[in-house]
Design a protein around this ligand. Sequence first.
Ligand SMILES: [Zn+2]
Length: 329
Amino acid sequence: MLPCLISCMQAKGNVYPLDSKYVKAEELNAKLDKIVQIKPELAEKRIIGFSSAENLPVYALQLGNKNAEKAILVIGQHHGEEVIGVNVSLALAEKLLNNYSQEDKQSHLLENYQVWIIPTLNPEGFRIVSSGIFRTKRKNNRDTNNNHKLDLRTDGVDLNRNYPIFWDMDSETEINSPYYKGSEPASESEIQAIIALAQQENFALAIFLHSSISGAYSEKIYLPARSNDSELFQKTQTLATIYAKEVKKDYLKGTYEVYAGNTSEVGNARNFFFYRMGTPAFLVEIGGQNKRGQSIIHPANAMLEKIVEKNVQAMLKVFEELEKRKKEK
Ligand SMILES: [Zn+2]
């Protein structure tokens, strides 16, 4: 029997090569320029670093008032096959800029915060998956076995295990594993770029979008490891709960849930931002399970658009709460 990793991806409902509404790697730069043009006075395209193997730019959109003290971070993608978050993060940028002139709450957001949106932190994995080359490319393209060619199934480092936090505790040292944590903490230039940005900005919130193949993690929100009753942890949980309640599941009844158990003590983004930077940080596993329990992470256009819309709305709700709390202080 095929493991779920493959059989789930081939479930009816997944479309590969990706349907037409997915942003493809070769379109990303032009798409970002187009978004900046919505409100050029409030938006800038930035390059925060370059990828480890192919030196591809890691693009960011810097939105809002550059004098604002605080910032918000949204990363649309760490894992190559998890492409929905790229579309969600770009739609969020469009929404924030389009809403700005109206007399509504979002206008205040871009006055009081800089919003950094990084559609993909893994431009190498994104290139492979979005170009139709290989649908389950997860890691970056580092030549981990040093054979001077790209082995699509095995090469690369799992970028969401390479952050310099709890890295020693992670047992993923096998280079061919899809979860390989890298040769040392922050060995990957993509992660070095994010660390530099985190040290430069004062992030009040960080959200990381994923869409897991396995289905076991679908439609849940994951908090940093080692849950505790600190004010920071409680705030993170409150913001994550607001997000979860806002998003209806794609195929099943109910809404997203905040995962209640202990989460991984590995070098992932949420642990880094929470424990190293003191930033409320959580991960959202977008992409639903169908009624047969198969995960659908490359849905056709119509479902993709629904997913994008509801996740953008959820983030706007979370930002409203953040604003409210800022004013109360
Ligand atoms: Zn992921």
